[in-house]
Structures are given as C-alpha cells and as structure tokens.
Design a protein around this ligand. Sequence first.
Ligand SMILES: Nc1nc2c(ncn2[C@@H]2O[C@H](COP(=O)(O)OP(=O)(O)OP(=O)(O)O)[C@@H](O)[C@H]2O)c(=O)[nH]1
Length: 275
Amino acid sequence: MNDMNPAFLKASAMPDVQSTLDERALPIEQVGIRGVRHPLTIRSATGNFPSVGTFEMDVALPAHVKGTHMSRFMALLQKQEHAVDSTTVVALVQEMLPLLDAKEGHVQFTYTHFVKKAAPVSGVESLMDYEVTWMATAKQNTAGNTDVELGLRAQVPVMSLCPCSKEISEFGAHNQRSHVTMTVALDSKTQMTVEDLVAAAESEASSELWGLLKRPDEKWVTEHSYSNPKFVEDLVRDVAGNLKADQRIRSFVVEAENFESIHNHSAFARISHKK
Ligand SMILES: Nc1nc2c(ncn2[C@@H]2O[C@H](COP(=O)(O)OP(=O)(O)OP(=O)(O)O)[C@@H](O)[C@H]2O)c(=O)[nH]1
C-alpha cells in the first residue's frame, strides 16, 4: 500500500491487537476463514470455464502470537488471476505461508467442474457436472523449504445395475444412480487432471452418465449397463483397482453409494489404501 495514502496513515496509527503477545502457552493448529465464495476460471481438458469456489484457508499460529493476519487470506484470494489446475493450487498455498508469517497452512476449495462429453451413439455434445475439491497443505521443513501435500476429491455420478436382480429375473434388472467419491493424495509435482480422476470411476460403472442423450444413445446405455452389472462392492473394488495402479496417487479413499431404486435407502461401500 502507498504509505502516503490517508487510509494507510490512519491504519498505521491504530493499535494492532493481533500482533500482541499471548501468554496462555497454547499454539493453534488451524486458524483462518471458511465459507468464502470466490469466482474462478478452471483449466480443463475440454477448455477453460468459469465457476464459483467455496474456500477454506488457514494457518497454524504459534503460542506467543495473539492473532493471525486475518485480512491477508482474502487479499491473497483477490489477486488470483490464473486459471486453476493442480499447479496453481500448490502455488497458492506456497504463497500463503510467507504472507501470513506462518510455517504451516492449508487451502481447500470446492466447485462444480464441467466436462463436455459426446453421447455414445449420436455424438451430440453436452456438459456433465461433477463436485470437485482441491486440498493443499504446506509445511516448512527444517531446511526452510516448503513441503506441499496435494489432495483432490471428485464425486462422480454413474449408473449401477444389480447382478443379482439380472440373474434371478425373467426380464429387466433394477438399476440406479450411484455416486463414486474418490479422495486422492498426490505428489505436489504431479500433473493430475480432474478428468483423469473422473475416468477412473466412469470406466468401472455399469454405465457413465451424460447430460443429453437421444433415443439411439438411450438404447445403448440401457443395453450396455445390462451387459455390465455391478454390485456396490464391485464398483468400489474396480475403482480402487484403478487408483491403486496409478503411480501418481500416494493414498486414496473411495466410496460408492447406490441410491437403490428398490429400497428407500442407499447401499454403500468404502476402501482406503496407502501405498
Ligand atoms: N485474528 C483475527 N482477526 C479477526 C477476527 N475477527 C475479525 N478479524 C479481522 O481482523 C481484520 C484485520 O485483519 P488484519 O490482517 O490483522 O489487518 P491489518 O492489521 O490491517 O493488516 P496486516 O497489517 O496486513 O495484518 C478485520 O478485517 C477482520 O476481518 C478474529 O477473530 N481474529
């Protein structure tokens, strides 16, 4: 800020309570802001698009400091102008530590990610939406460098068709929409896209979903899912197999939830794995 600016001169004369000494001998693990909505440009394999992120940003505060520089989280967010991908998420948390005089910190934000998909037979294009969260935790190491742990979560809606129902019925099989939610820990230098993670789930479902389908597509989805039945256990295991085989992923949690069409409750399954 220009130090001749009247607003700055007035602020610099004010007491700075946050910077005073705290004598309770209690460090704070996380202090910051959450529920901040901020516009974003998302970099995607099918072109950049605008979205709105809901942010949480925090730092660790040493025992002797009374308060963090709360306004600086928002200041950092206001000056973001690059399209978001894994690289910019890492850069954001790395920039946050020195700005907040902190040795540890964390940034995460959730937004709606859109992917342009072509229907399986007609090829007609439409957007599919996925709820995505990027998470980055930074910690200064003893050499003074910053280690960053990067995480990505995607909730992928798919279709599952029951193998038991198919086997025991003379015709038809119950099927439903399912959510596959994957949370993966990545090497911070890894270039993993949301589309890569989405593919790990869609490829293992009875069928993936599209925003727009014409009748030949609907016939294809119906027959394809019938020839590819999956229990919720099959779904979670097959997706976990993909995540396990991906060298970019250090650990993961995957959960599948089937919104059962023959019950008024869900069936779910979960696998966590550390490599
Ligand atoms: N640390 C802390 N700050 C709060 C709290 N509640 C509100 N504030 C913020 O304090 C802000 C001022 O933040 P600071 O970053 O300390 O502002 P500043 O001292 O003018 O700026 P810097 O010199 O950059 O630290 C206000 O805008 C409030 O958002 C709180 O519980 N703890």
